[in-house]
Design a protein around this ligand. Structure first.
Ligand SMILES: Nc1nc2c(ncn2[C@@H]2O[C@H](COP(=O)(O)OP(=O)(O)O)[C@@H](O)[C@H]2O)c(=O)[nH]1
Ligand SMILES: [Mg+2]
Ligand SMILES: [Zn+2]
Length: 328
């Protein structure tokens, strides 16, 4: 169980190790006129595709002693004459990691250096607020801003639409932007495009909510690449964590990530969990007991805030449910 937990300290250690690694690489890179920077756009099998500063895509091999880079990683690469190929010689320290856990508790880093996440939801498959809350906890703790995209609004009657608006209004009140879209009716896509400019956005959400459809609409010129992703899926590579980074012509990048049914965050500490509910922040440290676990304790400032209506009961129940799953 303890193996799952990635503490801040471990995280720092990993970053330190990577920095040392880069420092070690520095003489080679600076002496070598053939050392270049690039951004990882996809990693599949042994080949890693990177984009150089001019937007050219290059397939690279890896030096074996380097930790495998992921989508969004900044790397240093050089051409490898012997193999008649390019090789990545260092991975720059990451600003953050977007990771997920499999049901078996295996940690997978999906992307690095992400600044924003689009949480895509729809009426079909039905919205699960519990899933949204889990994403938000992870995003708050990774310093990634969240935007909720409510897709497929064309499927709703007026009454249904109002009901969903009310449900998602909870998140809007918390300060998370909600953008309504319909790929089918080309609705809300300019607004969505507007929030993507200059950001490195990852698109997350359940399978079938329309993530790939949205990306395809935003990047009509990328049809082939998107096509190759779905072909890859048919071949069964969806079991491996493959993400793909795309360029937006207006500036910014968008990362398509494989759809998931469940999102586990067992590795978060109780403190990280409470920090992940942004409306809890004013009450933290206000409980009667300093070591309050925010469950049934008397004088729990969070529970009192729920009782007085300052914290939504639904979010509180969601918090209790996630708290029960933590292993940290
Ligand atoms: N009615 C409707 N269907 C949509 C919309 N967006 C996507 N879909 C459909 O939803 C299904 C799943 O879309 P896909 O993009 O593969 O979802 P992903 O698994 O999240 O990438 C496909 O059949 C799409 O045609 C939309 O705005 N309205
Ligand atoms: Mg998809
Ligand atoms: Zn408390």
């Amino acid at each position: 169980m303890a193996k799952r937990k990635i503490t801040k300290q471990q995280h720092r250690r990993i970053q330190h190790r990577q920095q040392q690694h880069l420092d070690n690489q520095q003489p080679a890179s600076t002496d070598n006129v053939d050392a270049h920077s690039g951004t990882v756009i996809s990693h599949r099998g042994k080949l890693i595709q990177i984009e150089d500063l001019n937007g050219k895509v290059i397939s690279c091999h890896m030096r074996t002693h380097i930790e495998k880079p992921v989508c969004g990683d900044q790397v240093i690469w050089q051409s490898d004459d012997q193999a008649n190929n390019a090789v990545i010689i260092a991975v720059q320290p990451r600003r953050n990691e977007w990771d997920r856990f499999t049901r078996r508790g295996e940690r997978k880093v999906v992307a690095a250096n992400v600044t924003q996440a689009l949480i895509v939801v729809a009426a079909k498959p039905e919205i699960h607020e519990g899933l949204i809350d889990r994403y938000l906890v992870a995003l708050e703790n990774r310093d990634i801003q969240a935007v909720i995209v409510f897709n497929k609004i064309d499927l709703l009657s007026e009454t249904q639409h109002l009901a969903y608006r009310q449900r998602l209004g909870l998140y809007e009140k918390l300060g998370y932007p909600v953008i309504e879209t319909s790929v089918k009716q080309a609705h809300g896509l300019e607004k969505l495009h507007g929030v993507l400019v200059h950001e490195i956005s990852i698109v997350v959400g359940e399978s079938g909510v329309g993530k790939s459809s949205l990306i395809q609409h935003l990047l009509p010129e990328e049809e082939i690449r998107i096509g190759s992703i779905s072909t890859a899926h048919e071949q069964g590579t969806h079991t491996t964590t493959t993400a793909r980074l795309y360029h937006l012509s207006a500036g910014g990048h968008i990362i398509d990530s494989p759809g998931i049914r469940e999102f586990f965050i067992p590795h978060f500490t109780p403190e990280e969990l409470t920090q992940g509910f942004r409306e809890f922040l004013p009450y933290l440290g206000q409980c009667q007991f300093r070591d309050c676990q925010h469950q049934q304790e008397p004088g729990c400032a969070l529970r009192l805030a729920v009782d007085s209506g300052n914290i939504s009961r639904q979010r509180w129940l969601s918090y209790l449910s996630i708290a029960g799953e933590l292993t940290a």
